[in-house]
Design a protein around this ligand. Structure first.
Ligand SMILES: [Zn+2]
Length: 170
């Protein structure tokens, strides 16, 4: 049951001459708590997340055209062949980024980040595609083309994608 006592306020909106809804202008507004859990499978992408726990960064390689996808793709987007797993060294180059001043708060891992934080697109060494993820570094240290690497979380996370993030390559 939602907790309706958590926050409640009543407002009387101003009446306007001839307003047919004048008797309905008293508005009660509630803030309700809603908690929902569900089971979500990571499917063919599972190994990527399992290996993050082992501090390994995996991608997929297409034996047909040679494309390396990071994030992984079970099917090659170029030639539609089934791919195979390969490990990448986890170093790469910052291609573009956004500075986010607001957190969506929809994920505990992201909600815990201080703002502003950086959402980066990284071309990992050995990969053909850009990998979007968080880059943890002071804003004044960020520049396009800078070298970065994958770092692994030492803390429990809500979603396994947050077992990793990018940091500047020292
Ligand atoms: Zn291919």
């Amino acid at each position: 049951m939602p907790d309706v006592t958590s926050k409640k306020d009543v407002q009387n909106l101003p009446a306007v001459e001839g307003d047919v809804w004048a008797d309905f202008r008293q508005v009660e507004r509630l803030t309700l708590a809603l908690t929902q859990s569900y089971t979500h499978t990571l499917g063919k992408y599972s190994r990527f997340f399992i290996e993050l726990e082992n501090r390994r960064f995996m991608a997929t390689h297409c034996g047909g055209c040679g494309k390396v996808c990071a994030p992984p793709r079970p099917l090659c987007p170029e030639c539609l062949k089934a791919t195979n797993w390969i490990e990448l060294p986890g170093t790469g180059t910052l291609e573009t980024f956004s500075v986010l001043h607001f957190s969506p708060g929809s994920n505990a891992d992201v909600a815990a980040l201080p703002t502003p934080y950086i959402f980066a697109y990284v071309l990992l060494d050995g990969a053909s595609t850009l990998f979007p993820h968080l880059l943890r570094a002071p804003l004044e240290q960020i520049s396009l083309g800078m070298r970065v690497r994958v770092a692994f979380s030492d803390h429990p996370v809500e979603h396994p994608i947050h077992l990793m993030y990018f940091v500047p390559l020292e």
